[in-house]
Write a protein that binds this ligand. Sequence first.
Ligand code: NAD
Length: 427
Amino acid sequence: MTETTNLLHPKSEAHSQFWQNAHLYFERIYNTMNLDPTWRPVLSSPKRVLTVSCPVRMDDGRIQVFTGYRVQHNSARGPYKGGIRYDPSVSRDEVMALAMIQTWKNALVKLPYGGAKGGVVCDPRKLSLGEKERLTRRFTYEIMPIIGPDQDIPAPDVGTDAQVMSWMFDTYSMMIGHQELGVVTGKPVTLGGSVGREEATGRGVMNTLRKYLATRNKALSDVRIAVQGFGNVGYHTARLLAQRGATIIAVTERASGIFDESGIDIESAGQYYRQNGTLDEFPGADAISNEDLLVCDCDVLIPAAMENTLTEEVAYHIKAPTVVEAANGPTTPKADEILRDNGVTIIPDILANAGGVTVSYFEWVQGLQNFFWDAKRVQDELQQVMEQAFDEVNAKADAADCDYRTAAYSIAISRVAEASKLKGLFP
Ligand code: NAD
């Protein structure tokens, strides 16, 4: 396969910036690695891209057709694994980029998985519970031929949660005639989910930042942090960091945000956001916009919302000396270059937010064995995985005198390349 015959390659059609960005990072780092160039198109192309139509009966009697995707990027290291996103911005290119990022992430933390991602173009905030359930069940049915506990295991992402995973789990189980715990992760604990999965991505971000600060002889209690995004990842990240003494000076969500130099009460802000769907008029803090949060005077900036939020324009004005990518793909390659030139340390997404998929892996293992762990075991094993991954990336960055993203990508890509090469081509 050459790149010109591969229609999914970013150069062959007008593809979105995000898919091109995922490739730019891959190309930049692959080119420094002295790997066999014949494997490059295999590693950079998605293995399978499925587009489905999901007709759904809406509450007012209309039938609305939603478009959904499941992209499987690479399975050299094991079954595919990656989240399902419900958002109006979902597109085939976005899902392809996220699936590729997931391949590197799973390899970096040594999970026996390949990378995948899925999504449905919809606004979950505008769907009733019944509409969301019918959409989820139909989407699960449509992607059923390519998912399964040994094949491809979805999980929650933006706009989806444990309830959505329960419907996916039930639909799949009903179709095959028995309960199949291993088909999705991020399920509620009562339905075979893992203790600690909901907060896992935030906990992994906390573990990683704490470990990084230790290399600078600092503790979490020494830093003032701004967090963009206050959903699953943003909220739990902020909460766990604050619990360990960090001062969270600003948090924002899609349309509102709050700022308090002396530290925001994250538990109260979380409760307020869940009740009101906004941070507007949260008592005891000033308002701040998303744009102002990104450039505010803080020690650590944590983008935990969507991709492409740290752009070239914003990068010049970022004051934080450390950026921790809790979201997937928040920094564009141009912004990455500017930040590096300005001496900003970036802890990349494939390392920083790998805690979610790590506890998803623990959940899958527990489900397959019907043997469930307690919170302490989940937290200890997660910390061990995150700290080991950080140590490896840190050592590689030191040895190669490079930034953390280059180090993390080189480790991950070389693991996937090695597995691909050992397996060889079929037939
Ligand atoms: P979520 O739906 O729970 O929350 C998203 C949050 O981001 C919300 O507060 C929303 O208001 C805010 N937001 C959306 N668009 C925004 C914008 N343009 N500017 C500022 N805020 C915006 O989603 P999540 O699960 O917390 O995921 C957030 C990010 O973390 C995504 O990039 C996702 O892929 C990544 N991630 C999630 C997990 C997981 O386990 N859920 C794991 C790894 C990575």
